[in-house]
Design a binder for this molecule. Structure first.
Ligand SMILES: [Zn+2]
Length: 406
């Protein structure tokens, strides 16, 4: 890659995570991958690229904490995806990465891919071979024998020792996060989302290995008992959290566990249905969870559970580059636009424990420049026409909707 010149975003309305609003007339200087300064009338280093952001709205780069970026969100993704040739899957993954970055998402956490393709994709992006977001990739998820995700995006393991080994295998392969399955789910045939899967002891072993390696542990957890097992085991985030009860919510608050609700996954399946080509079993199970899932999210948000944005992108009709629809769904389910923005920026960064998510000196210089104010029109985040520029690690990655050359 060419050495990156400093970039100055001039005189924009800059998002401030502390006051939860935009501060007008600020310059942001990105240098050597980080924000070097944020303030009024900054002096510009020689050779800097200056971009006039007057009237524009500058957010930190958006973060999706739950994707399957190597999956494209085709209606029959789960069944046909299993037999797709690896090179075809890899080419699609490269396209998906580009679409995701183009939508303003500069960081994603990928929670499971066949053959750990997510880790290879992360490396290709890091090496500058293809455009894409920073990916914290889990490799394969870890599930019990016959559990959700088996034979596709997860490796089977039984008993604490085997779970430990399975997690270590993902770490050895280069995983940047760990995914454990604490309950059944919607998309694996014959698996009931209401049933718990790993025991608390198995989950505890997996979490210990993740934390020893300074990685976060995410638990797919839909059933109430599975959710509680995962919280007690010390996971950093509950993914989906379909059936939360009062005790689960209290435990999450007590332990500081995040909820990554992925409202989009059942939402788009309910909207599309079998007419869109999704298998009837998946639509049926999705409709079974939808109302309770949304209700659990609202209850958790009201109670003050920590929230981070995640879509489960890659599930049927849940397409790469459409990730921001989750932010809109969060607002539709009771969150203020400012909180939903925080869930996709600062709070998500806190969950993932990386120095992104805020526009502040010394933070990694990821930003999205919008032509509309998302506090007044949250849908602006979903309109690619309104995304004028994406800054990733201090480099202009997307301009006017098009990726720039590395
Ligand atoms: Zn998922």
């Amino acid at each position: 890659m060419q050495p990156t010149p400093p970039v100055v975003l001039r005189s924009g309305n800059v998002w401030d995570a502390e006051t939860r609003t935009f501060v007008s007339g600020l310059d942001c200087l990105a240098q050597d991958g980080r924000f070097a300064a944020v303030g009024k009338h900054l002096n510009v280093p020689t050779g800097a690229v200056e971009i006039d952001c007057a009237g524009r709205f500058i957010l930190p780069g958006l973060i999706d904490c739950h994707v399957h970026i190597t999956s494209s969100g085709e209606p029959t993704e789960i069944t046909t995806g299993r037999t797709e040739a690896a090179p075809v899957r890899a080419w699609k993954a490269a396209r998906n990465a580009k679409l995701t970055l183009g939508a303003g998402f500069t960081t994603v956490r990928d929670l499971g891919a066949p053959e750990a393709l997510n880790i290879h994709l992360a490396r290709a992006i890091d090496a500058g071979l293809i455009p894409g977001p920073r990916i914290l990739a889990a490799g394969l998820g870890v599930t019990m024998t016959g559990g959700h995700g088996h034979g596709f995006i997860a490796r089977e393991a039984d008993g604490p020792d085997e779970v430990r080994k399975a997690v270590r295998e993902q770490l050895r392969a280069g995983a940047g996060a760990i995914k454990l399955f604490a309950s059944g789910g919607v998309l694996t045939p014959g698996v009931n989302p209401r049933s718990p899967s790993f025991t608390e002891a198995e989950l505890t072993a997996g979490v210990e290995e993740a934390h020893k390696a300074l990685r976060t542990a995410a638990a797919h957890a839909q059933s109430t008992e599975g959710i509680k097992n995962a919280i007690r085991a010390g996971v950093d985030s509950i993914e989906h959290g379909v059936w939360l009860d009062e005790e689960a919510i209290a435990l999450m608050i007590q332990r500081g566990t995040y909820l990554v609700a992925t409202l989009t996954a059942p939402g788009v399946m309910a909207d599309g249905g079998v007419e869109a080509g999704i298998e009837p079993y998946a639509v049926e199970k999705s409709n079974l969870v939808l109302a309770d899932h949304y209700e659990s999210f609202r209850a958790a948000a009201r109670a003050g559970v920590r929230l981070a944005m995640g879509t489960d992108q890659g599930t049927p009709l849940n397409r790469p580059g459409e990730n921001a629809q989750e932010i809109v769904r969060m607002v539709e389910n009771g969150l203020s636009p400012a909180s939903a923005i925080l869930a996709a920026t600062a709070w998500a960064a806190d969950l993932l424990q990386i120095e992104v998510g805020r526009i502040a000196e010394a933070r990694i210089a990821d930003a999205v420049v919008l032509s509309a104010d998302p506090l007044h029109d949250i849908n602006a985040l979903t309109r690619t026409d309104d995304i004028r520029l994406v800054l990733a690690g201090g480099r202009i990655a997307v301009r006017d909707g098009l990726p720039t050359e590395g």
